[in-house]
Design a protein around this ligand. Structure first.
Ligand SMILES: O=P(O)(O)OC[C@@H](O)[C@@H](O)c1c[nH]c2ccccc12
Length: 303
């Protein structure tokens, strides 16, 4: 174990140890990916909140396991208005499998994220998906490929990499490799605790042209609004959707921004093909940096 691993929760250490051992695919994949940014835009235009709904049968922080057919759950998420799906493929700690992902991606037409702990290039070839998660914290360590290597390798295969960060340092690394889709994980993988302030702290440093997700700990309509106000283009939600009626839960969270929905309706009435008004597009990215130089818009925080 190396020094930074020392600080991880025991469950996460165990996940990583098994992740290192997992084999890759037999041959190099060539994926024809469904565009995630385009799906986010279409959801916005329809006046709904872009939600990536996660098929997560269990996790180290959840009690029990959901045993329904994952394809049925995925269909309910799409019926409830999910923009994309996230499918756990990690078998030992999250009850996932590559087979689940393959079946789900065949059954729906929204983009699908492969949620796993990929640490070596060959592991990218285990199964096709539209998006693939790369967790900055676990890369550039002994026994893993670097974030830059995996990012490039994922792009070469046609995947859209989602780079997950939790600190400013990890965010800077994500921006350095040129990440176009970034997720801020509100859950600290050291303590497994969730704090929505994490997203609020990091979002002002993320350029507007990046598609930015708030991940973990979003449980209520109020949380959705809070993350949107802080600049989230989309939300990644697992537990709050998996717990109970999946379609109703997804519907409630994707319609959380009712004001926005009525504004979108007004706009489309008033200016049918003129696209969003400038006030609307700035509104959606409150608090975000304007361009790829990472200067935050709100200079107060620098003084
Ligand atoms: O169930 P939640 O709190 O809505 O969180 C979903 C998702 O963000 C979480 O499952 C997650 C975020 N990053 C991960 C990395 C691996 C596995 C799982 C995750």
């Amino acid at each position: 174990m190396n020094a930074s691993e020392d600080k991880l929760a025991p469950a996460v250490r165990s996940i990583l140890a098994t992740a290192r051992e997992r084999s890759g695919g037999a041959e190099r994949l060539d994926v024809d990916a469904r565009s995630f940014p385009a799906a986010v835009e279409a959801t916005e235009a329809a006046g709904r909140v872009p939600v990536v709904a996660e098929v997560k049968p269990t996790s180290p922080t959840t009690e029990g396991e959901r045993t329904d057919d994952p394809v049925d759950l995925a269909r309910e998420m799409v019926a409830g208005g999910a923009t994309a799906l996230s499918v756990l493929t990690e078998p030992e700690h999250f009850g996932g499998s590559a087979e689940n992902l393959r079946r789900i991606r065949g059954a729906v037409d929204v983009p699908v994220l492969r949620k796993d702990f990929v640490v070596r290039e060959a592991q990218l070839d285990a199964v096709e998906s539209d998006l693939i998660l790369l967790i900055a914290r676990f890369l550039d360590e002994q026994g893993t490929d670097s974030l830059a290597t995996l990012y490039e390798a994922a792009r070469e295969r046609g995947f859209q990499p989602l780079v997950e960060v939790h600190t400013r340092e990890e965010l800077d690394r994500a921006l350095e490799v040129g990440a176009e889709i970034i997720g801020v994980n509100n859950r600290d993988l050291g303590k497994l605790e969730v704090d929505l302030d994490t997203f609020e702290r990091l979002a002002p440093h993320v350029p507007e042209d990046v598609t930015l997700l708030a991940e973990s700990g979003v449980t209520s309509v109020a949380d959705v609004r809070r993350m949107r106000a802080a600049g989230a283009d989309a939300l990644l939600i697992g537990t709050a959707i998996m717990d109970g009626d999946v379609e109703a839960n997804t519907e409630r969270l994707t319609t959380a921004d009712a004001e926005r929905a009525s504004r979108a309706a007004e706009t489309s009435d008033a200016e049918t093909d003129a696209g969003p008004t400038s006030s609307e597009s700035t509104d959606a990215k409150r608090g975000r940096a304007e361009s790829t130089d990472t200067t935050p818009r709100n200079t107060d925080t620098n003084q």
